[in-house]
Design a protein around this ligand. Structure first.
Ligand SMILES: CC1CCN(C(=N)N)CC1
Ligand SMILES: CC1CCN(C(=N)N)CC1
Length: 333
């Protein structure tokens, strides 16, 4: 089996990307944030207090003839940005891009934090990291990808995110028309439950390539590219009037400045993914006439994060083991 679904930026800063998902019988429609940095599929629901909702679609299990509550099971998750949600668990039919997962764990929110409430465009998340970090307790559940994997032509999914335009998540196949050149694969370390890999280094504009092992995760659920301070300082020291503005929350640049490209190395064949300078400006910072940089410090997170700013420049293959061990494939487009 194969699946293909269109994913769309939720706002003019490409802060996150939603895709349509159907749950239940008859189908209940949702717009969910596909997140390769977490492993819970959760939705706003009839259990979510009305004062925590803001127009989101809600899942009502009692209206689905195929819904079954997983008795005694619950979930609770918190994200890198301090947001969180929790609730009860059902199994139900979930369809994404023509691909149906029967008996998928659907995590119904009985509470959500403020940043979810205020994000009216997003009805919840589809976690696409490894099932080893799914939060359902006492019986951990599988992600949508793991649930449908046995039916897939190949145990892979791909992410093709775009700047201010619809992109695509495909399941079970690689669309050769979606990228240029060849795909460079690199091993994944999934010991922490993420799509972890090590980049071989970086390049600012047309300067020399800086060889430096940068270990991080490929994360569609994070907006920014979050890298070590030495990399971030090397980039912004090449930009006139860039400044690390704590009131803006990080590095800002003059909005009218053309920015250098930023490239990062993948694999052991010298391949690089190049983020055009234009994608390194995320728009007004909210402080002065400065604009917020797409590259920021990974600081104290504990991992580097190749988020949407990086992924937008690539066609990315999340391969859970078509050749044995999990691997990430990177191609330009
Ligand atoms: C390491 C963190 C990365 C951001 N997260 C995420 N996309 N769900 C949370 C985990
Ligand atoms: C990975 C998730 C981080 C938290 N999010 C949020 N606050 N709206 C959504 C994505």
């Amino acid at each position: 089996a194969k699946g293909s679904v269109v994913t769309t930026p939720i706002n003019s800063e490409d802060e996150a990307y939603d895709a349509p998902v159907s749950i239940g019988t008859p189908a209940q429609p949702f717009n969910l944030d596909f997140d390769t940095g977490s492993s819970d599929l959760w939705v706003f629901s009839s259990l979510t207090p009305s004062n925590e909702r803001n127009g989101q679609n809600i899942y009502t299990a009692s209206r689905s003839s195929t819904a079954k509550q997983l008795s005694g099971e619950s979930w609770k998750i918190s994200y890198g940005d301090g947001s969180s949600s929790s609730g009860l668990v059902y199994s139900d039919v979930v369809t994404i891009g023509g691909l149906t997962a029967a008996g998928q764990a659907v995590e119904a929110a009985s509470r959500v934090s403020q940043s979810f409430t205020s994000e009216s465009a997003t009805d919840g998340l589809v976690g696409l990291a490894f099932s080893s970090i799914n939060t359902v307790s006492p019986d951990q559940q599988t992600t949508f990808f793991d649930t449908v994997k046995p039916s897939l032509a190949s145990p892979v999914f791909t992410a093709d995110l775009k700047h201010q335009a619809p992109g695509t998540y495909n399941f079970g196949f690689i669309d050769k028309s979606a990228f240029t050149g060849s795909i460079t694969y690199t091993p994944v370390d999934n010991s922490q439950g993420f799509w972890g890999f090590t980049s071989t280094g970086f390049q600012v504009g047309n300067n020399d390539f800086q060889q430096e092992s940068i270990t991080g995760i490929a994360d569609t659920g994070t907006t920014l590219l979050l890298l070590p301070d030495d990399v971030v300082n090397a980039y912004y020291s090449s930009v006139n009037n860039a400044q690390n503005d704590q009131s803006a929350g990080g590095f800002t640049v003059p909005c009218d400045t053309s920015l250098p490209d930023f490239s990062f190395g993948v694999g052991n064949n010298g391949a690089m993914i190049t983020i055009p300078g234009s994608l390194m400006n995320l728009g007004p910072s909210g402080s002065g006439n400065s604009c917020f940089g797409g590259l920021q410090s990974s600081g104290t997170i504990g991992t580097n994060i190749f988020g949407d700013v990086a992924l937008k420049a690539a066609f990315v293959v999340f391969d859970s083991g078509s050749q044995g061990q999990p691997q990430l494939g990177w191609a330009s487009k």
